[in-house]
Design a protein around this ligand. Structure first.
Ligand SMILES: [Zn+2]
Length: 381
């Protein structure tokens, strides 16, 4: 990748978690070097008053454009990454689904090479340590009780690139495996779980700090049995993932979660699967057959929702239009907060001097018109 000369982007409406201001920025060697208010001090590439937001950070994504991260195939994984980049995602974690442990290790070892290349920000094991009763689109035959020793082997296979694991907190061995994950620098997420309120609290005490797609694949809120949702939402240590595609979660429940957790503890995710960016048809998610109709992915066997065909730009627009978030709040839940979850706030997640030049230029109706990653235009506005 070539080193870029200094570039100035002028006449921009720069959105940060703190607010929106008219200004300019300069970019050099893939990083933002200055962010200023008002007219640029020198001629630049005018953005014509369009909004510029930080590149989106997606911490839960299974693929797109025919590429499925659970297969570990590098070539099609690159297609998936390229598709999501076009939609503004400049940082993404590759999520696997439950499968035989040897296959998971092989997929992680393969995807670790794309992490080495800087194309992926890490690997997420969604399972196999999840509940049979809340397995969603995961293969029930692949589910296992959590084992710290076995998990340590999976972490090793990922060569330092395993960033997250989803565990059902009620399973035998769950708390020890959560502690093992956190001890080895892996984010422990609680989800695909049938846990009670108290079991979920124990999972958080052990180190669980993310809710894997809050609401989906867990018991609902009950007034006498608050369950995992209440425990995850109320705890200041937990960031909640939400799939804001209009299918997985009702807009009123998106708003409820946001009102409780706020922009600092809410991360929008896509949970996208391989059909994202393609037409309706028959696809796979791990070992499971999935039918996509009207853009909604469902298991061929029983119609269970099986990931999404969402991209982060759509999630961003829906957050503003349907859930009523301000632009700064929408930037928090699509960039700043997920970057903080990944421990990458020092280099990405907001538009600031010293951080990567990861930018999305949006039209007045919030459509993506430009994407820059590490100072290189993916799409030039
Ligand atoms: Zn998923």
């Amino acid at each position: 990748m070539s080193i870029t000369a200094s570039v100035t982007l002028s006449d921009a409406r720069i959105v940060s978690p703190e607010g929106v201001h008219d200004g300019w920025l300069t970019i050099e060697d893939g990083r933002v070097t200055h962010v200023g208010q008002g007219p640029a001090p020198r001629d630049g590439h005018s953005l014509g008053g369009r909004h510029v937001v930080p590149g989106f950070v997606d911490i839960h994504n299974h693929g797109g454009a025919g590429g499925s991260f659970p297969t570990g195939d590098q070539e099609t994984a690159r297609d998936a990454i390229a598709l999501h980049e076009k939609h503004g995602t400049t940082t993404m974690v590759a999520s696997l689904v439950s499968g035989p442990v040897a296959g998971l290790a092989a997929a992680a070892a393969s995807l670790a090479e794309l992490c080495d290349d800087g194309l992926l920000a890490g690997i997420h094991f969604e399972g196999p340590y999840i509940s049979k009763d809340r397995c969603g689109a995961h293969d029930p035959a692949a589910l296992r009780d959590p084992s710290p020793g076995e998990f340590a082997g999976l972490v090793k296979a990922g060569r330092g690139h395993v960033r997250m694991v989803t565990i059902a907190a009620e399973l035998p061995g769950a708390l020890d495996t959560i502690r093992e994950a956190v001890g080895s620098g892996v984010i422990a997420a609680i989800g695909h779980s049938d846990a009670t309120f108290e079991q979920t609290q124990a999972g958080i005490e052990a180190g669980g700090s993310v809710a894997t797609h809050l609401y989906n694949a867990m018991p609902g809120l009950g007034h006498r049995a608050p369950g995992p949702i209440a425990a995850l939402l109320e705890d200041e240590r937990v960031t909640v993932e939400l799939i804001n595609d209009g299918v997985h979660v009702h807009p009123a429940m998106i708003k409820l979660a946001f009102d409780v957790a706020g922009p600092g503890r809410t991360a929008l995710i896509t949970d996208a699967m391989m059909a994202t960016g393609l037409s309706d048809g028959v696809y796979k998610l791990g070992a499971m057959d999935v039918n996509v109709a009207g853009g909604v992915a469902r298991l061929a066997t029983d119609g269970t929702i099986a990931g999404s065909t969402l991209t982060m730009d759509v999630a961003f627009r829906r957050a503003v239009r349907m859930a009523g978030l301000t632009l700064p709040e929408a930037v928090s839940v699509t960039s700043a907060t997920p970057a903080r979850v990944l421990g990458l706030s020092d280099r990405l997640g907001t538009i600031a001097a010293g951080k990567f030049a990861d930018l999305v230029v949006l039209s007045s109706d919030l459509e993506v018109e430009g994407v820059m990653r590490r100072g290189i235009w993916i799409t030039e506005p």
